[in-house]
Design a protein around this ligand. Sequence first.
Ligand code: MN
Length: 310
Amino acid sequence: MPDLLLVAGDLFHRQPLLRELKEVDGLFASLDRTQVVLVAGNHDYMRRESYYRTFQWSPNVHFLGSDRVEAVELPALETAVYGCSYHERQIREPLYDSAPAAGRQKTEILLAHGGDGTHIPINRERLAGLGYAYVALGHIHMPQVVIPGLAAYAGALEPTDKNDTGKHGYIQGEITEGGTCFSFVPFAGREYIHCEVEVDRRTTGAGLAELIQGKIEEKGVENIYKFLLKGYRDPDILFDLDALDRRGNITDITDETKPAWDMEKLYRNNKNNLIGRYIESFSGAEKDSVEYRALFEGVSALMETRRGTE
Ligand SMILES: [Mn+2]
């Protein structure tokens, strides 16, 4: 049985060059038992001079270029694939709502792009009632199921931006007499990972570097990281953030650590000034209480503006 490869728009993040279409068509053509159906999304929309308008695809590649939902029939697969292409960056009209499966072939699939307010809004109930065996969705980079057993966003094959966290890949499915089943297949070569690291009073700069390398080794050295540092550090220690990126795969490190003040010692050494009086006014506050946190934040602010005696 031949396969079907569906590309639900934005194959390119901008207007494709002619040579890019030739390359991708060559790759599609090399899939000798696969039919390919694709549409243009809002990023690679069919503007007036778009190469999509005149490009001659290989015989196994079917481009649904109309701005209204049309269908390509693939009799060998007893399947029809419906879809349309963006001719402008934004489409506010819910085009799919009025495009039910028309019964041209045994299996009918909708190839859809968008789903938000300015990119062909999609209503789940309407979509579920259109009569398709499967709805392949594109536009949102994060893979997600929209209607179980019926509709899903494949997401971007690779993350395109440092906030495109999580696994990326494609959706593989099968439509049989018994129904549609599909699942997400992780495929991306790299992943963006946002990671929190907790320090404490004993954490030195070298210790922190080890913690961070440990996390990177645990989650994969091929991935790209953003770190957030939390917790209470020794007030004498300052972390050298630039020294932490040993492999060159950290895009951001944010230091939100706070100095772990020794309140008793601070009080002893500042009895006769504002810091001492401030600490005194919280005497008896339980650790981890709201009062203690207020004490902590207040002392930190006072120490910052007016360096007390530690
Ligand atoms: Mn899009």
